[in-house]
Each structure stands twice: as C-alpha cells, then as structure tokens.
Design a protein around this ligand. Structure first.
Ligand code: NAP
Length: 272
C-alpha cells in the first residue's frame, strides 16, 4: 500500500505501547516516520515491518531523551536538531514518558527528577525545536500525550500527575499562541491503557481493574479520530464530550476574576 506522503511524523517513545501504534497508524495514513526511543533494536524491528507493509520511509534514532540538565544531553540535542533542520517534518508526536504509582513517602526523589526530565523537559525542548519551522512553513501539527492524571492528579503519583498537568497547560497555552499560524496542537488524555507503562510505573497491569483499562490500539485510534475532528483536547474514554465543555466553561468563567487589584471580600475583614 503506497500513498501520497503527508510529510514526516517524528514520534518519541515509538519502541513500544502507544508510540508504536501511532507509528503503525501514521505510516498507513501516508506519513514517513522518524522513530525515537532508547531501544534501537525494537525501533529497527518496527521500522522494517512498517517499511515492508506500507512502503513508507522510516528512520530510526536511538536516543535517551531523559537526561537531566546537568548531564550529557547529546541525544536530546540530536533530536532537537532533526526537528530544527528537517523541513519534511509536518507532525511531532510527543509521546515518550514514564509514570509512577507510589506516593511521595515511598518514592525516590531522583526518580521523580528523571521523570520530569523526560515528561516535561524533553517534551518542552522538542516542541520549541519544532514550532519555529512549522510557523515558517505555515503548517504543522503536534500531538502531546498527556494523561487523565493531568486533571485528576490524586489518582497516581503526584509528580507524574503534575508532569501531565504541565503537558495540558503548555498545550492550552500554545493553542492560543499559535491559533493564527495554521499549527494544530492536540493534547490527548488517555485513561489507563494496556501497555508496559504500568509495570515500569510500579503497578503490574494485572492489578489494575480491567474495566478501566483500554486496549492501546483502541486508545490511539480514538485519539486519531479526535485529531481528525479537530479536537484541541481528546479524552478517549469520556462518554459525553459535553462534560469536558462544561469543565472548560467553568475554567473560562474564572478567568476574568483571577487577577484583581484588591483581595476578595472574604479576606478583607482579616486584613483590617
Ligand atoms: P510504554 O509502553 O512504557 O512506552 C513508553 C515509551 O517511551 C517507550 O517507547 C520507551 O522506549 C520510551 N521512553 C522511556 N524512557 C525514555 C527515554 N529516557 N528516552 C526516550 N524514550 C523513552 O508506555 P505507554 O503507555 O505507551 O506510554 C506512552 C505515553 O502515554 C507516556 O507519555 C505515558 O505517560 C502516556 N500515558 C500512558 C497511559 C497508560 O495507562 N499506559 C495513560 C495515560 C498516559 P525505550 O524504553 O526504548 O526508551
């Protein structure tokens, strides 16, 4: 199956789970691919299958995107450079991420910092590397894989929830900043999805109630359907989209009242 190219999609965390399924679906939609993750062998295997099955060009970049600011960041630099210089790139899927399920008292702060380096810092740097080229070329799209814990941080480890709240806030801000530049930015908020994520995060998938776990293929297909619909935020599980719109309307209602010259009346008595 060969089709007209839609340009190149660069997908981080493409060696397994959600990222590998995005790679499959985007190749079938006619994108050439740049696949990024640490496990080069798994990336090469996926690249070979997708090239054989779709005829698309697939490049593999084995890179660790999770290094902290004071460590060697050559890998992250390399991927930033690809985004800055390859004008065929029309889509960035910021998917690489790790989670944690343990609370603060059972967590190692160095692991938390590593999570922030990947989920927040790498996603930020890659977005900053991609956007100027997209703006200059007048087209481009970014899919940011956040999580429902971005709006429900009480569910898992708080740093993980905070990192995904960052992805959501950053996406909302960029949607506004880039609204008139023909750049699409979608945040995807998956609920529990059947991937290696859970074992790595500290809770085997078998311990998660099956009624809240979505097959990864269904999650990605729903997220891409949301992308096709032009949704700024996609929550694959949410039965009624109006519930998100109500939540968003409540947030918008707060906006004009969040910054004023005087404290609210309920505090003024205490101040006097
Ligand atoms: P996964 O199967 O564990 O995939 C994570 C991907 O990130 C792998 O390809 C992994 O590849 C890559 N990765 C991890 N550390 C990396 C690093 N330092 N540098 C580069 N790549 C790295 O889990 P997944 O569920 O597909 O996760 C994908 C995204 O979905 C994550 O952002 C996660 O937070 C989000 N999400 C998942 C769920 C869920 O329930 N599964 C729910 C909501 C959101 P290598 O090991 O080869 O580097």
């Amino acid at each position: 199956m060969t089709q007209h190219s839609k340009g190149t999609a660069l997908i981080t965390g493409a060696s397994s789970g959600i990222g590998a399924i995005y790679a499959d679906r985007l190749a079938r939609r006619g994108y050439d691919l740049v696949l990024v993750a640490r496990n080069g062998a798994r990336l090469n295997e996926l690249a070979k299958r997708l090239t054989d099955e779709t005829g698309r060009a697939v490049e593999v970049v084995a890179a660790d995107l999770g290094n902290k600011a004071d460590l060697d960041r050559a890998d992250l630099d390399r991927v930033e450079q690809i985004l800055q210089t390859d004008a065929s790139i029309t889509l960035l899927v910021n998917n690489a991420g790790v989670g944690a399920t343990a609370p603060l008292l059972a967590s190692d702060v160095d692991k938390m910092e590593e999570m922030i380096a990947l989920n927040v810092n790498a996603l930020t740097r890659l977005t900053y590397a991609a956007v100027p080229g997209f703006v200059a070329r007048g087209t481009g799209a970014i899919i940011n894989i956040a999580s429902i814990v971005g709006i429900a941080p009480e569910l898992l480890n708080g740093v993980y929830g905070g990192s995904k709240a960052f992805v959501l806030a950053f996406t909302l801000s960029l949607q506004k900043e880039l609204a008139d530049k023909n750049i699409r930015i979608q945040a995807v908020l998956p609920g529990a999805t059947a991937t290696d994520f859970w074992g790595i995060a500290g809770t085997p998938l078998e311990h998660v109630p099956s009624e809240i776990v979505m097959p990864a293929e269904d999650m990605v297909d729903a997220a891409l359907a949301g992308f096709d619909l032009g949704e700024p935020i996609t929550i694959p599980s949410l039965p009624d989209a109006a519930d998100w719109e109500t939540y968003e309307a409540a947030r918008q209602k707060l906006m004009p009242h969040l910054s004023r010259s005087v404290p609210a009346a309920r505090y003024r008595a205490a101040i006097r």
